[in-house]
Every structure is written in structure tokens, then in C-alpha cells.
Design a protein around this ligand. Sequence first.
Ligand SMILES: *Cc1c(COP(=O)(O)O)cnc(C)c1O
Length: 392
Amino acid sequence: MIRKTRLFTPGPTPLLPAAQFAMAAADIHHRTPEFRALFTKVLTQLKDFIGTKNDVIVLSSSGSGAMEASVSNLTSPGDRVLVITAGKFGERWTGIAKAFNLEVDVVSAPYGSTVSLDEVKAALKLETRVVFMQATESSTGVRHDVKGVAELLKKEKSEALLVVDAITGLGTTHFDVDAWGVDVIIGGSQKAVMIPPGLAYLAVSERAWQRMEGSYNPRYYFDLRKERKNAAKGESAYTPSVALIAAMGAALDYIAGQADGDLKAGRTKLVDNAETCAAMTRAAATAMGLKLFAPKGSEAAAATAILPPEGVDSGLIVKGLKQKFAAIVTDGQGEMKGSLFRIAHIGFFDYLDTIAIIGALEQVLIANNIISGLQFGTGLIAAQKVFAETTK
Ligand SMILES: *Cc1c(COP(=O)(O)O)cnc(C)c1O
């Protein structure tokens, strides 16, 4: 049979056709009124997409560039910071913080779980200058409690800024950035906004802008103050990824179009869409006798991490889906390779995509006798019921 290649990965995610057309047509110079109009529009849209009144900065880099920029712009060597981690992306915070000579306290939880607020409270010090965390840990499919951490910092009257890598959290999680007091929230283009890798974006609070005035870690390309000044004029400090910015504008138009042009309402719908795809996938996996990696109540809607039956290498399932159906799902990252596989729901996934991957998964599980006695339709029936119930 024909096999259409389809990504079911939590970044890069499937591309929105309208955004691809916008990219192809973006033959404009970045110091022109045309570009300034486009960039200003996209920056305004991003505020609505993130759900903040704070200034938004767009960087030409992958998501990690904005993570590094948050560290370099907000800290000075020797500052004490706290990293909340339970996976590969949490570990990235620690790596960046150490590279900038910070004193790093770490609250960690085993892969596949999340930390408790009591543990965070115990690790928080008077001198803690910044708390770094993920909204969703894409390597394990676990959602962290951003709201809980934000409330804790307020309650403890901590001076620490809260910096959230929401690279797979945006578009899959309902945030109230300003009310909670999230100082920096970071997104990436290859995730919920349905366009290729290459842009990072972040919203920065007034408190964080003030912190930058007194911080002196080195920064040059990722100098957020310089970008803010330029953004106010509709420009970026250096040559931006013009094509990706055009694509982002088209994607945000599409998301707004899901709710009659209201981008904030469209964002809510996009989050609910991911939640429904995730709930269908969880129900299907469980019905087929597979276990989920994330604890109940802390499952990320960005991606579902599923454990193969004991003794089975998850690579067999990943390869089976690829060979037979050209469906790309991700294996575990790093030491988790072989022990789980991840199906994404972030961005441009719909009911049909979700049903298709569940059907394909049934084929692979049965053809390879991975779950003995498994009947066709077991996962699909469970997913169908979830869909019918959630969308009625
Ligand atoms: C994808 C991702 C990143 C960024 O990775 P890049 O490869 O630099 O874009 C960071 N954090 C999380 C949670 C992610 O999913």
C-alpha cells in the first residue's frame, strides 16, 4: 500500500499547509515597511497566543536559544538558582545554568514522575534568584505544576523569577501567565504553532526586564534588551528568519480562525484539541493493556509516553510503525531509549490522525504478537468512546 509519511513527534510537528505557502511567498527584506507590518502583527498575535500583556521577543534559533537567553540575561556568575527537573529537558536547564557559572540547586524526580510542591519549597532558599522549570517534560510525557510553583513563590515572598520552558506546554496547557506571575515563558516554532524549527519566542515580565538591568552574565546575539528595543520598531536586531515569521503569522491566523478570528479563544480550542487527542490515545493504550509512563493526573497533552510490555524493546514498535505505515513516533530519549515510545498531540493533529495512529499501533502490536490475544479494534473502540464523550 501507499505510505504517506506522517510525523507523530513532539517537535518537529506536522506543518500547516497555509503556513508553508506563506513561507514560500515571503520574499521580503527585513528593513522595510512590509516586514515591519508583518513582524508587529506577529508579535501582537503571540501575546494573545501566549495569553499575556508582557512584551514578546522572537529569536532566530531553536527553543534552546531562548532557554540560554533566559539564563544569560537574568543572571550573574555565582547567582543561586533552582532547577526543577524530571527528564532530559529539565537537565538542559542545569547544563545551561552551569555553563553560565551559576550555583545550581536541583529538585529532581525520577523520569516518568513530577516533583511535589513540598520538595520545591524545601529546596527554595532566600538567595534563590531564578527558578527554572518545564511546563511539560517532552521526554517523559509528564506535566509539571507551573501554577502551583508560581503560587508557592508568591506565598513564600520569594524574589526568585519564575522561568518556564513551555516549548511543548504552549498550545497544550491552559496558562494564565500574568495572573500566576510567570516571569518568562518560552515557546518554539516547531511545536504547537505548526511551522518548521528555527524560531524561539518568549514573553518577559517587567520584573524580569528590571532584573536584566543589573545582571552581567555575557550575552551578545541573545541580548533580550536589544531585541526589545528593535521589536518596538517592528524589527529585530539581526537578520530574522523572515520566512518563518511569515509562516508563524499564517499559523496564528489559522488558530484564530478556529474561533471566528478570536485568537485567545482559538488558543483555548487548540489546547482542548490536544487534550482530546491525548485522552483518546491514553484510553486506547490502556485498553490494549499498555501502561502509561506519566502518573494519573500529570499526563502532558503534548505527547503520550507509552511503555511496551515487559521484555519488549519499544524500538520494535517505533520501527514497525515506520516500516509499515511511515508513521514517525519517537522512542525514549537518552537512557530511556528502548523503554518507551511517544505519540504527539501538540499542534496540527486531529481526530483522524489520532484514530489512524491507534489503528496502526494495533496492526503493529498484533502482527508482531507483542500483546498476545489482542483483538483488532480494542484500542479504537476505547478512543472512539472518549471522542464521542468529550465532543458531544
Ligand atoms: C523541543 C523542546 C525544547 C527545545 O529544543 P530545541 O531542539 O532547542 O528546539 C526544549 N524543551 C522542551 C520541553 C522541548 O520539548
